[in-house]
Write a protein that binds this ligand. Structure first.
Ligand SMILES: Nc1ncnc2c1ncn2[C@@H]1O[C@H](COP(=O)(O)OP(=O)(O)OP(=O)(O)O)[C@@H](O)[C@H]1O
Ligand code: SF4
Ligand SMILES: [Mg+2]
Length: 384
């Protein structure tokens, strides 16, 4: 990059494009390869986990340079648990979840490194772990939409406006059970709509998406996600587009369904209130990295990272309005040129000498509580 400027010269742009092309070609070939299942089988480090994300790097190879949207993220989702992923806009929450679903938009977007171990179940009901990051794209149907389902923020983007809800729900049944008759598929669809609390399922079955309210559409999306009996539901801001009353109903529904399917939820939100209400564990992300993780009690009652402490202070109260949420002064560094030191340094009021050095490693402060900050750990005392 040119000195003292974000402007790139023509030569620099051409050099970036050349490098990008080379890396993308390798990664695309890996994605599109044919592979035996044995190549992407994995071992869970703890069989009580449903998902283990391990040092995940997901990058966007842009004309300006490499955007390290997810830059070494690691966290686990235990069986039957809800894990809340929180952090301000652009910190990499959605890119993490899209990586798990292998829905990162190529060729620019690519999982560059790391593993995503998923504890799947085979047809006989035995557990079988896969490394999702290694699965060739042609085999991804083994887990996507079947064992892992996703609920998006805006259901209209996921529902097809030209087909009725019934046609779209039946389709899900046919994908999972190609031998089902039309009547069987319809019966299953009606059952699913009933399960998510839709009062007159037959009417919704025959409706088009635009004929339904936002809350109804989100219920339909949840019913679709459930039609395959998933082990893990990823909900990315599932209630952000809904008003408060409907929001509460959808969250209740998610909670009920988690028990019903005996599964786990990865719940992405920027709303700490939702996290406090729903999650067993919390992962706090900042600029593509996990900066703190722990049980919901640890994160709310004993937040350690200055960013997590700031988030809690910026939580809206009855006296403040929601505009103040995440109002921590300062900016996130440019994702193309991340510094070597702590990414929060420019916004941190607790900086110590050590913070000018390398990016802080993850320190374990309890069996479940981890923080990446130089204020903690043995070395902190001697270097403060
Ligand atoms: N297609 C893309 N090309 C380039 N950069 C991208 C692309 N998609 C996402 N990013 C970048 O990746 C980073 C993480 O984005 P992501 O969507 O995961 O944020 P988020 O935490 O989900 O934010 P929000 O709360 O606003 O949904 C951001 O810096 C974003 O600009
Ligand atoms: S490592 Fe230093 S700069 Fe970063 S959050 Fe901790 S105290 Fe602040
Ligand atoms: Mg997002």
């Amino acid at each position: 990059m040119s000195k003292n400027s974000n402007h790139l010269s023509g030569k620099e742009v051409r050099e970036i494009a050349k490098q990008n092309k080379k890396i993308i070609k390798c990664l695309e070939a890996y994605k599109n390869r044919k592979a035996e299942e044995s190549e992407y089988l994995a071992h869970m480090s703890d069989p009580n986990n449903i998902l283990e994300i391990d040092n995940l790097h997901t990058y966007f190879f842009t004309e300006q340079g490499v955007v390290k949207a997810v830059n070494g993220v690691s966290f686990n989702i235990p069986k039957n648990a809800t894990v809340g992923v929180v952090g301000e806009s652009g910190c990499g929450k959605s890119v993490t979840s899209m990586s798990v679903m292998r829905l990162i938009q190529g060729p620019a977007g690519q999982i560059y490194a790391g593993s995503i171990r998923f504890n799947a179940k085979d047809k006989a009901g035995f557990e079988k772990a896969y490394d999702i990051a290694k699965i060739p794209i042609s085999d991804i149907h083994k887990i996507r939409g079947d064992q892992i389902a996703m609920i998006f923020q805006e259901p209209m983007t996921s529902l097809n406006p030209v087909f009725t809800i019934g046609q779209q729900l039946d389709e899900v049944t046919f994908i999972h059970n190609p031998n089902a008759t039309k009547e069987e598929a319809k019966a299953k669809s009606i059952e699913m709509l009933d399960l998510v609390g839709i009062a007159i399922p037959e009417r919704v079955y025959n409706s088009y998406p635009h004929e339904l309210s936002g809350g109804m559409r989100q219920r339909v999306m949840i019913s679709m996600a459930l039609a395959s009996d998933p082990r893990l539901i990823i909900a990315d801001e599932p209630t952000t587009a809904l008003d408060v009353t409907i929001q509460a109903q959808i969250l209740d529904l998610l909670r009920e369904l988690k028990t019903k399917i005996d599964g786990s939820i990865m719940l992405i939100t920027h709303d700490l209130g939702i996290i406090a209400e729903m999650a067993d564990y919390v992962v706090v992300m900042y600029a593509g990295r996990v900066i703190e993780k722990g049980t919901v009690r640890e994160i709310f009652h004993n937040p350690l990272h200055p960013y997590t402490i700031g988030l809690q202070k910026s939580k809206p109260t009855l006296e403040s309005d929601s505009e103040t949420l995440f109002n921590i002064p300062g900016n996130v560094p440019n994702p193309i040129n991340m510094p070597n030191y702590c990414y929060f340094r420019e916004r941190c009021s607790k900086c110590i000498k050590k913070c000018s050095g390398d990016y802080p490693g993850m320190i374990q402060v309890s069996p479940t509580h981890f923080v990446a900050c130089h204020l903690y750990g043995e070395e902190a005392e001697s270097n403060g």
